[in-house]
Structures are given as C-alpha cells and as structure tokens.
Write a protein that binds this ligand. Structure first.
Ligand SMILES: Nc1ncnc2c1ncn2[C@@H]1O[C@H](COP(=O)(O)OP(=O)(O)OP(=O)(O)O)[C@@H](O)[C@H]1O
Ligand SMILES: O=P(O)(O)OC[C@H]1O[C@H](OP(=O)(O)OP(=O)(O)O)[C@H](O)[C@@H]1O
Ligand SMILES: O=C(O)c1cccnc1
Length: 477
C-alpha cells in the first residue's frame, strides 16, 4: 500500500510549539497525552473505534523530507538551523497504547495514550485525531445502519458523495468493520480486501433502444452480477415486467437473475408490489435491492411499512455521516514526567464536562461472571484492579455505587509502540470485523439500542477520582 508523505499533515501551532520547546530546551520533556471523545455520536449509547491502522502506518513513516524542511524555512525566518537538524533526525521514539479497531467504546474514556517527548507528542496530535475522528464516526454510523437491518445485505455506495478520496476508502473500511458486507469502491476493495459489489446505472438503460434490451445485454455480459435497475421509466409498468421477462429467459438458459434495484419513489409500496410480481412469475430468489439517500431511520421505517427489501445500497448519509458530520475527539495532556515520576495534570473548565481526568492511566472493561460488561474502569497504569471484589461508583454522584464480585478486568488499550518500535501486529480486516462482533456480544441490548440507550458506566478508580479532586481543589482555591 502506498501512503503519502504526511509529516506536514499537522496544524501550524504544533510546529510553533515544537520550535518554542526546542528554543527553550524543553523539547525532550516527557509528557503523557490521551485521545478521547466527550459525547457518543448520533445519540447512540456507544461508538465503534476505528482509525488505528492508518495511525500506525503514519507514525511508522513519519519523517521530514528536505522539501518539507525547505518549506518550513520559507514560512518563518526565526526558525533556526538547529531546529531543522532536529526535524531531519525526527522519528517517533515514544510509547503508544490504543484500543483495538472494532472495540465498542464510550464517551470520556481514553482510547489512545501517548507517552513521548513533547516534541513528538505535539506533532502527531492533528493527524491522529483526524484519522480517529473520521473513521470512528463512520464505523459508528455504520453500526447504527447494521442495527436497522440486522439480517440484510449492506453495501457501501458513498464514494461519489464522499468528502474526497481518502474519506471514500477509509470510510468504506470503517463501514466494513462495523458490519457492512461490501463496498462499491474498487480501490478500497483492492487495498483492504473488502468484498466489492455493483449493479448498473440509469445511463446503461438509456444507452439502449429499449429497457428490455438493456437488461438482456447486461445479463449476457455478466449473468452472475445481474441486478437490474428498474426505475428509469416506470418501475411497475415497465422496469419490473422487463426484468421478469429477461429473468425468465435467463432461467431457460440455466442462469439466474440475481436482483432488481429500486432507486426512487415509494420504496415500501414499490418493493411490496415488485415482490408480488416476481413471486407470481416464479422468481422467488430474485432479491430486491434499494438505494436513494437511505439511512438507518429510513430503513427502520421501511421495515415498519413491510418493505420487501433485503439488500441496501447506502451512500451519502453513511459516508458523510450526514446527521453528525464530526466526532469531537480531543487530545489532552494528562501527566508530566518530572525526572522521577509522572505528575498528573488537569485542565479546568467552566464547563464541567470539559474538565480533564488527570494521570497516567489505562482503561479496563469489567466483565461479570456471565461475561457481560458491567462498566469500564479507568485506573492509573500502576494500579492493580482487584478481581475478587471491586467497588464501582459514579464519579459525579459518588453515593451511587455497587460492588461487583468475581470479575474479569480486560485492559482495553494494547501496546502499539514501545520505545518507538512497533510491537503490535496489525490484525487482518476479517479479524477486526469478527472481533467487533464479539465486542457487541459483551453488552446488554439496552446499552446498544438505537433510541434512548441506557448509559453505560465509565468509572474512575478511587485513586484517579481522588487525584482529580485534589487537583481541582488545588487549582480553584
Ligand atoms: N415508503 C417510504 N417511507 C419513508 N421514506 C421513504 C419511503 N420511500 C422512499 N423513502 C425515502 O424518501 C426519500 C425520497 O427522496 P426523493 O423525494 O428525493 O426521491 P424520489 O423523488 O423518490 O426519487 P428521485 O428524485 O431520485 O427520482 C429518500 O430518502 C428515500 O430513501
Ligand atoms: O443516495 P445515496 O445513498 O448517496 O446512494 C448512492 C446513489 O448514487 C447513485 O445515484 P446517482 O444519482 O449518482 O446515479 P444513478 O442513479 O444514475 O446511478 C445510486 O443510484 C444511489 O441513488
Ligand atoms: O452498484 C450500484 O448500484 C451503485 C454504486 C455506487 C453508487 N450507486 C449505485
């Protein structure tokens, strides 16, 4: 796979801070940063983490070329040569932990943790959030669509409406992780091994004297991919009858028509009528595919109306996450190394939700005896989680608490880079996809439902909670 040169895929303020640190000789100070988001997207109770593969490849290849350096020279005359020498020797030498792609994750829990020289940790913030925010957003949207049609075929059709080429392919990959079956994007298929599927456009029908001829010629060329678009002229008077004619001819030749596609009009009514017509003609196995600005809400409603659609092509609404076009993931410093130990650091805000949780931390998923997730539990990296008996409490309303016994505490963050070396082997896309399915099975349905989900608890260890309280008090006195 070929990746572009991404060293300058960062905000100018990162380069400025790197320079100012270098000038002040603080650039080698070790800091701990965490990436997380503050609100689950789409009013869902959860999100699906994605973006790690691209983050890993980005970090592994992160070098400044002479062209990059020359460009920076032109931008600011105060930058001194020693800084450029530092950039010439730049490579990521820190530690990065992250949850695996496909993990079911929640608001306000650390997903990626970086311990590195501040010089490195600042540079990578922008790209890391860019990849995490977009891919996690699309995976989370895809997950909602999968819930709306649990047993049907879901095809990602978004490329033509995507926010450019990168979004198209990485969005297709994110959708596949979270339960889509295929993409129409051939490059995504080639790069990532996602199954590809496609029908044909109205232009194919318009290119022939008659609709019937267009179907017949398509079937002759590609019988195994014969899905006819039936709405070019009149779906029920012309499209479906012509598809049936050609479908019956194919049957005589020992071939089979695979499907018809509806792309306009009342999809419930049209699919019910088309199903009747196909069944009456003995074409029971012909699938009805729908497309046209579909999303999870429309699919749920079509199902409620009894639509006879079992295969869905979904473009714009998915690939642009139209109902929420960004995930607000952030990257915050949580600890500073003082030469002896890691000192927790906090960001205070008038907005309580924006106060950060300090400390060099990790996150565990607490599973009960039945293997179901009770809560996620944020603790300092050097804390031991007691598995015989653990007290969980609401970090805001601390009187709300419960004790869980005989638990398993599964650490969600995995070591990805240690001392700048990758220690994590990239899983295959199929492994990520099936890991995501396992993840879903850990949760009670009330946390996963599309509408008004029950909040899943993200709790703090007593030590983390106390550290936060102490720092709050110190800074607000
Ligand atoms: N029975 C239905 N219930 C709810 N929503 C539907 C139903 N049938 C279609 N839709 C959705 O309603 C919207 C209809 O959009 P629009 O009016 O642009 O389409 P159209 O007029 O049928 O087709 P076009 O303009 O592309 O020829 C689409 O998002 C479609 O998925
Ligand atoms: O609606 P979306 O969810 O974005 O799904 C993709 C849409 O793209 C195609 O339409 P387009 O008008 O581009 O071309 P076509 O209908 O002529 O194929 C397709 O027919 C779908 O309607
Ligand atoms: O294969 C299709 O039918 C398709 C693919 C992309 C966009 N619209 C339709």
């Amino acid at each position: 796979m070929s990746y572009e040169d991404l060293a300058l895929h960062t905000d100018k303020y990162q380069i400025n801070m790197m320079y100012a640190h270098w000038k002040n000789e603080t650039h080698n100070n070790i800091r701990v940063f965490e990436a997380f988001f503050r609100k689950n997207p789409f009013k869902s109770g959860y999100a699906v983490f994605a973006g790690l593969e691209r983050i890993i490849t980005y970090i592994e290849r992160l070098r400044f070329s002479e062209e990059d350096i020359n460009y920076l020279k032109e931008q600011e005359e105060n930058y001194e040569e020693g800084f450029f020498e530092e950039l010439r020797n730049f490579k990521f030498s820190g530690e990065l932990y992250a949850v695996k792609e496909g993990t079911v994750v929640f608001q306000n829990e650390p997903l990626i943790r970086i311990k590195a020289r501040v010089f490195e940790a600042q540079l990578i913030e922008t790209a890391l959030l860019n990849f995490m925010n977009y891919q996690t957003l699309i995976a989370s949207k895809a997950s909602r669509i999968r819930q709306a049609a649990p047993k049907d075929v879901l095809m990602e059709f978004g490329t033509r409406r995507a926010q450019e080429a990168d979004a198209a392919i990485w969005g297709a990959r994110a959708a596949y992780i979270a339960g889509f079956d295929a993409t129409s994007n051939m490059r995504a298929g080639k790069l990532f091994g996602i199954p590809t599927k496609g029908t044909h456009a109205h232009s194919w029908v318009q290119d022939h004297d008659t609709e019937e001829e267009s179907f017949e010629r398509f079937a002759n060329a590609l019988p195994d991919q014969s899905v006819f678009l039936v709405d070019t002229y009149d779906t029920l008077k012309s499209g479906v009858p012509n598809a049936i004619k050609v479908g019956l001819k194919m049957k005589e030749q020992g071939k089979s028509l695979k499907g018809i596609r509806l792309d306009s009009g009342d999809l419930a009514y049209l699919s019910i009528q088309a199903r009747k017509m196909l069944d009456e003609a003995g074409l029971k196995d012909v699938v009805i595919v729908a497309s046209n600005d579909l999303d999870d809400d429309v699919i749920v409603d079509l199902k409620r109306q009894g639509a006879e659609i079992t295969s869905w092509g979904i473009g714009t609404q998915l690939i642009t996450a139209a109902d929420q076009p960004a995930l607000g993931g952030v990257y915050k410093v949580v600890a500073k190394y003082n030469g002896k130990e890691f000192e927790p650091t906090i960001k205070i805000s008038g907005n309580v939700e924006k106060i950060t949780t300090p400390g060099y931390k990790t996150v565990y998923r607490i599973l009960n005896k039945e293997g179901k997730a009770e809560a996620d539990y944020i603790a300092m990296v050097d804390e031991k989680v007691p598995t015989d008996e653990l007290k969980l409490f609401d970090p805001v309303h601390t009187y709300k608490n419960k004790v869980v016994k005989d638990i398993e505490a599964v650490e969600l963050q995995q070591p990805i880079f240690v001392d700048g070396k990758r220690v994590y082997e990239l899983p295959s896309l199929e492994e990520i996809k099936s890991y995501h399915q396992e993840q879903l099975s850990l949760f009670w349905p009330e946390h996963l439902r599309r509408l008004n989900p029950q909040e899943y608890y993200i709790d703090l260890s007593e030590r983390v909670w106390q550290t936060k309280m102490d720092l709050l008090e110190k800074h607000t006195k």
